[in-house]
Design a protein around this ligand. Structure first.
Ligand code: CP
Length: 322
């Protein structure tokens, strides 16, 4: 793998391979092998132009568990505030020896520009760009659904026939977009539920069913209910109902939680607006996988960095052993 920019272009085999390598990484962590030597001598740069807790820290943990050196860059407090461009910033970090650049940026397409412009030679991983894509979030979500469904027999399995319902602010959600493409590639049936004003205009081109009523969607017995964060910072009052109205009609409260079928899980990518899209009862319930998703994120990001920085070498070493 040269770069990871979105899930739309991942093939079925590529997606399964990442999830299976993540299983291997998860096994090493369970066996309390905290550090693998695999990426010793490599440098991973976390280049974050937008705030992050989970993604940035789990990429850092993943790189360190593979023995890579990590450089954390946050646009806040950097020379970006003096007007330094993405090209100059990236080339400065490359000059410090970056082998991989993990980038989060407010502009959709910034990671692709970095990967295809020729500015740098490092592999590029998209850690979330605008409303476009958040591929490692979707991979950790798919990993979590697969683990909850197939347990220790997950390797090599896809999500065929599983029903995943994604609820909320789809319009602004790179998490929803990346999940739609990845989950359907892996065989899941995806339903989106949102207020009409928070459904993207091009949704008819997506391989999904769209519903507007959360109670109807829950009655259809989803295996996984994924609540999205309401992105108040990107919201325009013209298309957002009041918070009270939103919570009443599209929030996962205790009553809706109780009406979910046995075995269905409640997911949220975080950070959560408790009391808006998800109640405390739902977020903290036995059905909630919120913290499992965070933990799985480290294994998935270890897999991505491994495949990016050591995958080809490992494959060619295996060829040499034959
Ligand atoms: N889910 C997610 O991307 O969280 P952060 O913004 O904290 O990285």
């Amino acid at each position: 793998m040269r770069h990871l920019l979105d899930t739309r272009t991942l093939t079925y085999d590529e997606a399964l391979r990442i999830l299976d390598v993540a299983e291997d990484m998860s096994d090493t962590q369970r066996r309390e092998v905290r550090k693998l030597p695999t990426l010793r001598g490599k440098t991973v740069v976390n280049l974050f132009f937008e705030d992050s807790t989970r993604t940035r820290i789990s990429f850092e943990a993943a790189a360190k568990r593979l023995s890579a050196d990590v450089i954390n860059f946050s646009a806040k407090g950097s020379s970006v505030s003096k007007g330094e461009s993405l090209q100059d910033t990236a080339q400065t970090l490359q000059a410090m020896g970056a082998d991989a650049v993990v980038i989060r940026h407010g502009a959709s397409g910034a990671p692709r520009t970095l990967a295809t412009s020729g500015w740098i030679s490092a592999g590029v991983v998209n850690a979330g760009d605008g409303t476009h894509a958040h591929p490692t979030q979707a991979l950790l979500d798919a990993f979590t659904i697969r683990k909850r469904t197939h347990g220790d027999a997950s390797r090599g399995r896809d999500l065929e026939g599983l029903r995943v319902t994604i609820v909320g602010d789809v319009l602004h959600s790179r998490v929803a977009r990346s999940n739609v493409w990845l989950l359907t590639t892996l065989g899941a049936e995806v339903t989106l539920v949102a207020p009409p004003t928070l459904v993207p205009q091009d949704v008819s081109l997506w391989p999904v069913r769209v519903m507007y009523d959360l109670d109807d969607a829950i009655a259809a017995a989803p295996d996984a209910l994924m609540m999205l964060r309401i992105q108040l910072e990107r919201m325009n009052a013209a298309y957002f109902p009041t918070e009270r109205e939103y919570s009443r009609r599209w929030g996962l409260d205790a009553r809706r939680l109780a009406s979910l079928p046995a075995g269905s899980i409640v997911m949220h990518p975080g950070p959560m607006n408790r009391g808006l899209e998800i109640s405390a009862e739902a977020a903290d319930s036995d059905r909630s996988t919120v913290l499992e998703q965070v933990a799985n994120g480290v294994s998935v990001r270890m897999a991505v960095l491994y495949l990016l920085l050591a995958g080809e070498r490992a494959a060619s070493e295996r060829e040499d052993d034959r």
